[in-house]
Ligand binder design. Structure first.
Ligand code: PHE
Length: 466
């Protein structure tokens, strides 16, 4: 009863939680949470990290980390959100715990709502550009990886274009978030997520039937065990798991705050994490067989998606269509994630400044566009971040700061909070006050109290470098 009482008391404090919108259905919620989780992280980041970190060995480490660290953190975030019925900043106050924990909410909102979005939308904009370009010249300019690199370089050097596509992308996200939880986010995810899945299957069918595709499948499924000695592998896998599951930034706290009281949190989180992992694994099957069949380098890093793949497509029969479909897929993935970040910033603005949703969307949208503009400009010019003698683009620096520092730290704090300071209310939340069973409660408790915090701390400590 305690957690429910806390909610009731604190909701009468501001009145906002009582009229809080809820997801229309369980499927709607899972698809929205999966929509947030499945994003550029799965299709752009996961395959290039696999390429960089020795193929299947990365996948194995990633799976272990996701099951024993990512999933427990996600469950903790859902529980906090549903108990508090607030966005992350207000959530810890609503739970009546030591105000220190509010730091998780603040860090998440600032890092997620603003920092991650500032570069996420820039890349989101690229997907629109590449969709259009698939039929207007991309295929003619990308016969080799070098030419494709030059095409990409010229594009990101044209600041006006990059900013315009980024603004367009943000506008689409704002429009959806404007519609609210049910009519905006839930409805759009219900359309886009199944489409994304179908497109993925079409692309895989195309890739694996190319002559020479087996080499890619072998690379993808063959572990290079020697990589296990490299600490960077673990930090990459950990950061990727948090990034991909949208953890450590309060997104799942926010989404959890819209879940109905009778929903079964453990199975919702299992569904969300499984769908996310499935799409990441499938992305590899769509990409590596094609890359190998066309004799390209799998370890091309960040450029794998925007440089190597167009070159691969341009050599395939029907390449323009495949290319269009691929970037449409990437667009769906990116926009459903981007709007979850925008939603966090928007609910924050609504609660903090008592704004109407529409005004809050404008406010956050404009801030995000301005920050994104800075990211875009840094790709082609001076705004660089120099630290300890090394300098990075603003976009790279923010990506590094978020994925390798803020997400792990946010998730570590969440584990410590849930495992050591809020365990009983969390357990009540996970079992709907004792009404439903949570079969893996023992494992979850052990992970959230001991394994996850120690592992995050260790991996973070050994792997961190600028
Ligand atoms: N999970 C998203 C992806 O995989 C990115 C994201 C990170 C979204 C953090 C929200 C919060 O692309």
């Amino acid at each position: 009863m305690k957690s429910k009482e806390v909610v009731r008391l604190s909701s009468s404090e501001s009145g906002s939680a009582q009229q809080r919108e809820h997801w229309g259905s369980r499927l709607g919620f899972v698809l929205a949470a999966a929509g947030s989780a499945i994003g550029l992280g799965n299709i752009w980041r996961f395959p290039y990290l696999v390429g960089k970190n020795g193929g299947a060995i990365f996948i194995l480490v990633y799976l272990v980390i996701t099951i024993f660290i990512g999933l427990p953190v996600m469950l903790g975030e859902f529980a906090i959100g549903r108990a508090a019925q607030r966005s992350p900043v207000g959530a810890f106050r609503a739970l009546n715990v030591n105000p220190f924990w509010g730091v998780i909410g603040w860090m998440g909102t600032l890092a997620g709502g603003f920092l991650v979005l500032s570069y996420y939308n820039v890349i989101g904009g690229w997907t629109i550009k590449y969709m259009v370009a698939s039929f207007t010249g991309l295929m003619d300019s990308t016969a080799t990886a070098e030419q494709s690199g030059a095409f990409f370089g010229t594009f990101i050097g044209e600041q006006g274009q990059v900013v315009a596509f980024q603004v367009l992308f943000v506008f689409v996200g704002m429009l959806i978030v404007w519609g609210g939880i049910g009519k905006g986010i839930e409805r759009s995810c219900k359309v886009m997520m199944p489409l994304l899945f179908i497109i993925m299957l079409v692309l895989i069918a195309r890739a694996v039937t190319l002559p020479g595709a087996e080499a890619g499948i072998n690379f993808y499924l063959n572990p290079d065990w020697s990589k296990l000695k490299d600490p960077a592998l673990y930090l990459d896998a950990l950061g990727q798991s948090f990034f991909s599951l949208s953890l450590g930034l309060g997104i799942m706290i926010t989404y959890g705050s819209y879940i109905g009281k009778d929903e079964h949190l453990p199975s919702s989180s299992l569904w969300t994490a499984s769908l996310d992992t499935l799409i990441a694994l499938l992305a590899g099957f769509a990409i590596f067989p094609a890359v190998f069949a066309m004799n390209f380098e799998p370890g091309a890093g960040v450029g794998l998606t925007f440089i190597t793949l167009p070159a691969v497509f341009s050599k395939m029969p029907g390449g323009a269509y495949v290319s269009f479909l691929f970037f449409l897929l990437l667009f769906f993935a990116a926009i459903t994630s981007s709007m979850s970040l925008l939603e966090v910033a928007t609910t924050f603005a609504m609660e903090k400044f008592s704004l109407k949703r529409s005004h809050a969307v404008w406010l956050t949208g404009i801030i995000v566009i301005l920050l994104g503009g800075y990211s875009s400009l840094s790709l082609s010019g001076p705004p660089k971040i120099t630290f300890m003698g090394k300098s990075k683009d603003f976009l790279d620096a923010v990506d590094y700061l978020c994925n390798n520092i803020l997400l792990p730290v946010g998730s570590l704090l969440t584990c410590v909070f849930v495992g050591w300071f809020w365990l009983d209310p969390a357990k009540k939340e996970l079992t709907n006050d004792g009404e439903v069973a949570c079969p893996w409660m023992g494992v979850w408790t052990w992970c959230v109290r001991f394994f996850a915090p120690c592992a995050i701390f260790y991996i973070f400590w050994t792997g961190i470098k600028w």
